[in-house]
Design a protein around this ligand. Structure first.
Ligand SMILES: [Zn+2]
Length: 443
């Protein structure tokens, strides 16, 4: 690409222009181009024109080409490599190779400590929270007893790593690491009294299921998401308040801020609906579909989603349309008397999209008979997940990579969500087997 330095580029006064040569490791040329473009803009350049569109290359193309080979290998290892061949403004000055510094860099280590600091900011999200709430506890969003203890080995499970060293080591890709069950899935979103009192029917009893239990599972997923998203929004606001002169970074953060705020408004609206039902102790407005298994549980999870594409790849709602209210469905694993269950739940008053979403699952299962694959794809996209070490370590390296690539793609901000992210991939990896479906939804 033909580029010129922007006014905030450290070489604005000395460099007239440059050619940017890019080696990008990506699945499609479109994604490779998008990634290269973002990276160039991030380093305070303006793109004047595209000299050559992305083409697929292999290592053999660069044999005997020092710089080419070096950067090909760098892209293989790190995801991308960009080299600028620049000319000076005065046409005379000559410089050797230098490492460029962008005007804006995020201090990852500070950023991660800031996340930790937010996580420690306890508050009570109970529908009757007030002055009497104190002693916020690190409540498990996935039960310790009955779930985490069941799948753990020596008190540990695998979960998504937020560790600085792991993130650097994996070049920003997602990795799983062993985490103690005392800390995984916990959040400071309830005071001790409210947590103990409200969730007693699900923390001390297996899922039968009765409507009250289902509503509580849904409510806990909702509150946890609200807690996490409130923290994320505060983080973004803080970053935006710092002086960012790079327009690409600034507009990226602004878009993130708008998206998060919109998601949070919707979460709060859904929580209000649940709050009212729980306050009135009226649980019959909850709708659920439960898949039951008599196997030993291998993965525990609790999450929610605004269904965007259904299980056949059809679009259900447009998450970028911020003028409408989004429908939301929660999903989690739950211990049962014999085995465990995969529970979907939603509130009757917001059921349009959820009904269509679940109907598409029915259609997909009828066609393929592989219910487990559909549910597994949904779960690996969730970040609030605890994995049995025995199961994870028993997978082949290839299968682990397939799963981690899938997770990483789902959080890559430059990737578009594929309409088929629930329809195919990761077939046969879950080793799950569901026996029955229980629901209170009437056809
Ligand atoms: Zn409270």
């Amino acid at each position: 690409m033909n580029v010129i330095p922007t006014t905030i580029n450290e070489f604005f006064n000395s460099i007239g222009g440059a050619f940017a040569f890019c080696w990008i490791q990506e699945n499609t040329s479109e994604m490779a181009f998008r990634k290269a473009k973002f990276s160039i803009l991030k380093y305070d350049w303006q793109i004047i024109d595209i000299e050559e569109s992305p083409i697929e290359v292999s290592r053999s193309d660069f044999i005997d080409k020092d710089i080419g080979l070096e950067n090909y290998d760098k892209a293989q290892a790190e995801g991308l490599a960009i080299v600028y061949a620049a000319w000076s403004k005065d046409g005379k000055t000559v410089m050797g190779p230098i490492k460029l510094k962008p005007s804006y860099t995020i201090n990852l280590s500070n950023y991660l400590s800031e996340i930790k600091r937010h996580r420690k900011n306890g508050r009570c999200l109970h529908f009757e929270a007030g002055n009497r709430c104190n002693e916020y506890i690190n409540a498990h969003s996935i039960q310790n007893k009955g779930q985490l203890e069941q799948i753990a080995e020596n008190g540990h499970v695998y979960g998504v790593s937020n560790n600085y060293t792991d993130i650097i080591k994996n070049k920003g890709r997602v990795s799983y690491k062993k985490i103690g069950i005392k800390t995984i899935s916990t959040f400071l979103g309830f005071c001790k009294n409210h947590d103990n009192e409200l969730f007693e029917p699900i923390d001390n009893f297996p899922l039968k299921p009765i409507n009250q239990q289902v509503m509580l599972y849904g409510y806990r997923s909702l509150c946890r998401e609200l807690f996490v998203k409130e923290n994320s929004l505060n983080m973004i606001k803080k970053q935006l308040a710092s002086d960012i002169s790079n327009e690409t970074i600034k507009s990226y953060l602004c878009a993130l801020d708008t998206g998060l705020a919109f998601g949070l408004t919707n979460l709060q609206a859904h929580k209000n609906i649940y709050d009212r039902s729980l306050k009135n102790e009226y649980y019959d407005d909850i709708r659920f579909v439960l898949f039951t298994s008599d196997q030993k549980q291998t993965i525990a999870f609790s999450g929610l989603m605004y269904p965007d594409f259904d299980f056949t790849g059809k679009q259900l709602q447009d998450l970028s349309d911020h003028t409408s209210c989004l429908d939301l469905i929660t999903f989690c694993s739950a211990p049962m008397v014999n085995g465990w269950g995969f529970l979907f739940a939603w509130h009757q008053s917001r059921s349009k999209v959820c009904s269509m979403f679940m109907n598409s699952l029915k259609i997909a299962i009828n066609e393929s008979n592989r219910c487990e694959d559909y549910l597994f794809r949904l779960v690996v996209n969730s970040e609030n997940i605890a994995i049995s070490p025995i199961w994870w370590e028993g997978l082949t390296e290839d299968d682990k990579v397939k799963i981690l690539n899938r997770v990483s793609d789902s959080v890559d901000f430059l990737s578009d969500i594929s309409s088929s992210y629930l329809t195919n991939g990761l077939e046969g990896l879950s080793s799950w087997n569901f026996k029955n479906v229980i629901t209170n939804v009437q056809d």
